[in-house]
Design a protein around this ligand. Structure first.
Ligand SMILES: Cc1cc2nc3c(=O)[nH]c(=O)nc-3n(C[C@H](O)[C@H](O)[C@H](O)COP(=O)(O)OP(=O)(O)OC[C@H]3O[C@@H](n4cnc5c(N)ncnc54)[C@H](O)[C@@H]3O)c2cc1C
Length: 552
């Protein structure tokens, strides 16, 4: 008999969270801490979504998306997770660039970038200062029609080398292009520039293990290998309210659903377009997916070392100029390497390299099995050739090597077309508008540049959890349950949640400030008024609160 992964699950939960990416995990944890009963359903056999890892024979552990995130992770992990998690976040000291235009090493923060731009690139100090101030001063109330290209042309006209330095890491980090709104670039760039790039010591497996333990402490019912097939809406289209999910053939009732699945999969596969208004569906259809990725994972033999002068993160390219199309091309010219020294996992003697490139799903999706395997081997071969420049004799030092492609990411995370960073920026407004269409239905996960990446996904989970909590409070204004043995502690937690909620208002305002998608005429407006803070613009423009609103 197949194992029942829902054994002893309850008939009803206040909230069902679909997917255990960093957004889903954080939303589940935040809601459980306010006393809600939470069921977390993950289709994969391990938690984490893209924040994941895999093990190979010989004791090698490969991280998939642990390459770097902004310092804001420390604060978010301390607030919404645990001190132990926050204290394990450490800076990456050596970020390298190597391309036909320049080679340099940087700590990747404002001071060091200013030094490089002035001394090495010979840009006037005033232009550098003005650029940083403009990027730092951006918020969602700014003009969204200015493109990244226009922003660069304003401060660094004709300087392809400067554009490359400023843009290449961000394109790698979230697939953004020169045609995207400058605002989305400015916010993410400033996040990194505030204090450089950070990583999690101990690896993704340790992080997710600590998160799982915290979820269990807070009473979240966690179920893996639970593939949600359907989100049910009560009474059909015009009454509108979420009532249950079907998972592994079983229907579980709920008052609210947070879907951490891909935005398009949530709307079109899990709910069904017939449940939404026509205008909303039109705008949902227009949301573009982000690109996917290829990676090559290289484990060195036990005890074999990599010279630390390679850096922690190396943006390498053989393309003469920076071009987004070149970054996505099957004919790979740009690779970003993460070098994992033994200190990544203290106590280990292992050195690993992960090479990442952005990739188009269609370039891989339609290949025959034979061509697919051949292309993967080709990817490995060309990557090893390229690594040779930084780690001589790499082939002789290797214990294990393998590759992943957009098909791999699609398979493991169910992201439509294996999108690494969910959707382009327009996905955020659609994601935020879902509860106006169906009361009690929320989406929290990578949408656009600001709400994706480790920090963005995590912060979006908190924002949505606060929305869900407000919705449940309005639907049933009875006092929150005390968790066994917590008594007064639960009240303290409620207070602290309200504080968090206040602290997060700038983030919420940031979302609410977006153009609303498909007027919320049909559903939920009475039962679920949107949390639209009248003071939103003031909050967002207040520099002291904006730091919290920024994510990776
Ligand atoms: C190659 C690569 C490198 C990256 N590098 C970095 C980096 O260096 N720094 C950084 O900050 N970010 C990086 N990212 C991005 C970052 O990992 C993601 O943006 C973030 O982890 C996404 O979190 P999420 O909450 O949106 O959910 P996801 O991680 O997308 O998880 C969604 C979850 O939902 C589950 N799910 C989907 N459908 C169902 C269903 N029907 N039923 C049950 N479960 C379901 C999936 O299995 C998955 O676990 C990288 C991503 C990739 C792919």
């Amino acid at each position: 008999m197949p194992k029942d992964f829902l054994q002893n699950a309850a008939e009803y939960y206040d909230v069902v969270v679909i997917g255990s990416g960093l957004s889903g995990l954080t939303a589940a944890n935040t809601l459980a801490k306010t006393g809600r009963s939470v069921l977390l359903l993950e289709q994969h056999y391990q938690l984490g979504g893209m924040a994941t890892w895999f093990k190979r024979r010989g004791g090698h552990i490969f991280d998939i998306s642990l390459h770097g995130f902004p310092v804001g992770m420390v604060k978010s992990c301390r607030r919404y997770w645990t001190t132990e998690i926050a204290d394990s976040i450490v800076p990456l000291k050596h970020i390298r660039f190597d391309n036909p235009m320049f080679s340099l090493t940087t700590t990747f923060n404002r001071d060091d970038f200013t030094r490089l731009l002035v001394e090495q690139f010979r840009v006037p100090t005033e232009a550098v200062t003005a650029f940083f101030d403009a990027a730092r001063g951006m918020n969602f109330y700014d003009d969204q029609s200015t493109s990244v290209r226009e922003l660069f042309d304003r401060f660094f006209p004709g300087r392809e080398d400067v554009i490359r330095l400023l843009m290449e890491p961000i394109t790698y980090a979230n697939g953004s292009t020169l045609e995207d709104p400058a605002i989305s670039y400015g916010i993410v760039f400033s996040n990194f520039m505030s204090k450089g790039v950070y990583t999690f010591q101990g690896g993704t497996d340790r992080l997710i293990g600590l998160m799982k333990a915290e979820l269990e402490r807070n009473g979240v019912d966690i179920r893996i290998r639970c593939d949600v097939e359907r989100i049910h809406v009560r009474g059909g289209r015009d009454v509108g309210g979420v009532e249950a999910v079907t998972v592994n053939g079983r229907t579980i009732k709920t008052s609210a659903v947070v879907s951490n699945a891909n935005l398009r999969a949530t709307i079109f596969r899990l709910v069904g377009e017939e449940q939404f208004g026509a205008d909303f569906i039109e705008q949902a259809r227009a949301v573009r997916l982000n690109n996917s990725s290829c990676q090559v994972y290289m484990a060195l033999k036990p005890g074999e070392a990599i010279d630390e002068s390679c850096g922690d993160l190396l943006f390498s390219s053989t393309a003469p100029l920076f071009r987004t199309e070149a970054l996505l091309s099957r004919d790979v010219t740009s690779r970003t390497y993460s070098f994992y020294y033994p200190r990544t996992r203290p106590g280990s003697d292992r050195s690993l390299i992960v090479s990442s490139t952005n990739a188009n799903y269609r370039d891989w999706a339609d290949l025959s099995e034979e061509d697919y395997q051949a292309s993967k081997q080709d990817l490995i071969r060309t990557t090893l050739d390229a690594v040779e420049k930084y780690v001589p004799d790499i082939r002789a030092k290797l214990d294990h090597v393998e590759a992943s492609t957009p098909r791999t990411f699609e398979h493991f995370t169910r992201h439509v077309e294996g999108a690494s960073f969910g959707t382009k920026f327009e996905g955020l407004a659609v994601s935020r508008a879902i509860p106006q269409q169906i009361a009690g239905l929320y989406h929290a996960g990578s949408v656009g540049i600001i709400m994706s990446g480790w920090l963005g996904a995590m912060n979006y989970g908190v924002i949505v959890a606060n929305d869900v909590d407000g919705f449940l409070m309005r639907a049933n204004p009875s006092p929150l349950r005390e968790r066994p043995g917590e008594g007064a502690g639960a009240q303290a937690e409620t207070d602290s949640c309200q504080e968090q909620s206040k602290a997060n208002q700038s983030q919420t305002a940031l979302c609410d400030g977006l153009p609303t998608v498909a007027p919320a005429a049909r559903h939920g407006q009475e039962t679920m008024p949107q949390q639209r803070a009248e003071t939103a613009p003031q909050l967002v423009k207040d520099a002291s609160t904006r730091q919290g609103a920024r994510s990776g």
